[in-house]
Design a protein around this ligand. Sequence first.
Ligand SMILES: [Zn+2]
Length: 96
Amino acid sequence: MIDGTASVKRGLGWQERLRCTKCRYVGNHYKLYNKVERKGFGRRAAQINVGLQIGIASTSIGNTGTCRILNTANIISPSKSFKQTGTNKIIAALLL
Ligand SMILES: [Zn+2]
C-alpha cells in the first residue's frame, strides 16, 4: 500500500512510496508528477507547480486567493514561501 507517512510534498506535486503490510519492505519514492525539462543542475520543477505560477501571475487572484481556493477544495496548498519563490522565478523567466 502507499506509505502515507512518508509522502513528500512539492507544491501541488507529491512523491509516494509503497510499503508492504506483511513485511518491512518499503520501495523507493516515485514522483507522481511530470517534471519541467531543462539543462543544468538542481531539482526540476513540477509542471503542475509551474502551471500554477503562470496562472497566478496572469490573473488578479494572487497567492492568497489561490491558497483559499485550494483549501476550500480540500487540496493542501503549497506554502506561501514556496509560491512566492515560484512566482519570482516565473516573473524572472518571463522578463528574460
Ligand atoms: Zn512484504
